[in-house]
Design a protein around this ligand. Sequence first.
Ligand code: KG4
Ligand code: ZN
Length: 376
Amino acid sequence: MLSLPKILAIDTSCDDSSAAVVSGVNILSNIVSSQHQIHKKYGGVFPTLAKQAHRENLAPAIAMALQQAKTSLDEITAIAVTVGPGLAPALEVGINHAKELALKHHKKIIAVNHIEAHALSPLALSAKKEAQIIDIFPSLAVVISGGHSEFILVEKIGQYQKIGQTIDDAAGECLDKVGRLLNLGYPAGPLLEKFAKKGKLGRFIFPKAMTGRADFDLSFSGLKTAARNLITQLEEKGALDQQSTYDLALAIQTAVFEQISYKLERILFSPDPSKKIYPSRGYLRHLSSVNAQTSPIKEIWLGGGVAANIALRQEIRKLLNRYQKITGEKLKLKVPYSKRLCGDNAAMIGLVANFKLQRGEFAKESDLDRQPNLKI
Ligand code: KG4
Ligand code: ZN
């Protein structure tokens, strides 16, 4: 296999200090030093503490990433770093560290957008797998994390169009907030998934949000409020027992995932997703089973922390099976090859940087700055 330039990547966008080494789309190492224990008692990320922990944890994470990849800075072609979006004080630590390393070891810097990294994360491959990025455009990246819930049309690598997004809370944020009300700690997503497996479907049902709007946007803050009201009622009656917690976990998870799948279905049946055209009412009824119009979208890429959830993947696979029955066309769902690639991690930053390196897109060290509200 052709040996491609190696990139050292850094991500300190939120509460994980991460470093990785990639070569092309192959991940040689991916170290994530999590701060969850530090932030747990606050029920969310505390920026000053995040900054301090990044300062302590980043250098050891970089050393470990180089060691695991059996390489050294001498063999590294460029240093990639997340410039946004994220928490400003946290981003700053990674950017400053990248600048120092680049200056000391005479390396170029590649600035990376964290959302683009989540979007492309399903394209990452383990060390020895051969890459095949052909005939996959346009694809639809579905980024579902603690900070973002977005549908992004990928015309080609580096050319994106956001066609839908949350108008308030992100999906992971909603799960975390409901989890907090249920005393599940932070972040609550993984435990909610576990609890949901023991829940009874149908005991609690949340209303479907955003179905009246003819666009591909999402909204989760109403769900959070409905869950809060329900939890308060149960607490007042002394009825919030363990089984109720399981049932609530399943209900909230289902409501969040069904909303994502509902809008995704409309994107797939859109006559032109790039123009955000909403399919006409009753389109499912009018579609004859084989001659239905197929989507130009070739693949669905699911990324972000919530993409680790098996129930979300199943919900999307169910939709793609339905789509295949109607159109006769099979759409592939690509997910990151390991759970570590779903949550915040530097390997996905390196992956994006690899494409930028191929295009010769390097950052000028002087104007490299944090961009907390960077968009895709
Ligand atoms: O991508 P990520 O690490 O950070 C952001 O960029 O936001 O995503 C973190 C989010 C949190 O809300 C966390 O609760 C959620 O991902 N999460 C999950 C699961 N694992 C992490 N949500 C549901 N099920 C999971 N298994
Ligand atoms: Zn993230």
